[in-house]
Design a protein around this ligand. Structure first.
Ligand code: P6P
Length: 342
């Protein structure tokens, strides 16, 4: 039996809109279309194994990664639900090399949408949680149609940021700048119900989340930090627990709820070309916004992720997000051991 005062995401968004008298309802429509898209993607993800739509779609994406059929479906679902809604001036997707204009036959709106339609998709065949990540900015360029300039804005300017995790249940988490709210999809009625109001991340956690297989490619500061986390001290401080799913949305969602740190450090495989793996526009910036709105911290190891102005739609970055004290602590190790590299 549903809880008598169940609040649907539609009602929550409208309540939020009423806090802004000048609101036109555009953001409400935008969030509603994102929620609709995640219900449609849930339907595809839940039946993936049954309809033999798993596996490779037979080509690679702009990231030169094998594209999974569900990636393509999720990308199309979001595009089709938003291209005619009259709320966007342009879009950017992990699956598409270039900026996505709004078709000329549709009206443009005053927002942009950058999204990763199905993050963690390499895990799909193993039925591991995957997710959708979304980031919304206000249009800043002159003229009716959107340009890349509207997308390449620093993360602190995001109007809305959030994600959907397709796990044991489908949960949508978003912030519009007034805290972080979580909604769980009730499949029997097809409604997202407010299940995690005003999420706050613990100030310090006990879990660290990183791909240990890259240990020898990290800078000395990150290695020393992880050594510290995993070594019992003389007073018997219990080492941190390690948890790594390899699906950013699931790893960040656990970090948000339980505390601790999720990181994808600078990768020194090629010392001449150190690089991050995660993409700024539609992975790092939206996750950073959610984590900081919940009281946590998000950096690239040396500076706030939300202050960085991306120069390219698919720009990559190192990423350290989670509990305030934990992210501050890794920053101190990087400052102490990697200063010359920072
Ligand atoms: P690795 C998934 O492909 C992804 O983009 C993120 O979801 C995830 O956090 C990361 O890559 C995993 O990368 O190198 O540990 O497999």
């Amino acid at each position: 039996m549903l809880n008598k005062n169940a609040i649907t995401i539609e009602r929550h968004i409208i309540d939020q809109q009423e806090r802004h008298p000048g609101a036109t309802g555009a953001l409400t429509r935008l969030l509603h279309q994102i929620a609709l898209s995640s219900k449609m993607i849930t339907h595809e993800v839940r039946r993936a194994g049954l309809l033999d739509i798993l596996g490779d779609a037979g080509h690679t994406n702009v990231q030169d990664e094998d594209v999974q059929k569900l990636d393509v479906i999720a990308d199309e679902v979001i595009y089709r639900n938003l291209d005619h809604a009259g709320v966007l001036c342009c879009m950017a997707s992990e699956e598409r090399a270039k900026m996505i204009p709004i078709p000329s036959q549709f009206d443009c709106g005053k927002y942009t949408l950058a999204f990763d339609p199905l993050d963690g998709s390499t895990n799909i065949d193993a039925n591991v949680s995957v997710g959708t990540i979304f980031s919304v900015h206000r249009k800043i360029s002159p003229g009716e149609r959107g340009t890349e300039e509207d997308l390449l804005q620093p993360g602190y300017k995001q109007v809305v940021a959030g994600y959907v995790v397709y796990g044991s249940s489908t949960i949508m988490v978003y912030t519009a700048g007034h805290g972080v709210q979580g909604f769980t999809l009730e499949p029997s009625i097809g409604e997202f119900l407010l299940s995690h109001p005003n999420i706050r991340i613990p100030k310090r956690g006990k879990i660290f989340s990183v791909n240990m297989g890259n240990y020898h490619y990290w800078t000395k500061g990150v290695q020393k930090y992880v050594d510290y986390l995993t070594t019992p001290d003389k007073e018997g401080k219990k080492p941190y627990t390690s948890r790594y799913i390899g699906s950013m949305v699931a790893d960040v969602h656990r970090t948000l709820l339980y505390g601790g740190i999720f990181m994808y450090p600078l990768d020194m495989k090629d010392p001449k070309k150190p690089r991050g793996k995660l993409r700024m526009l539609y992975e790092a910036a939206p996750m950073a916004k959610v984590i900081e709105q919940a009281g946590g911290l998000a950096t690239n190891g040396t500076e706030s992720l939300l202050e960085i102005v991306p120069r390219d739609l698919h720009e990559r970055t190192p990423l350290f997000v989670g509990s305030y004290d934990d992210v501050m602590e890794v920053g101190e190790y990087i400052k102490k051991y990697d200063a010359e590299k920072a």
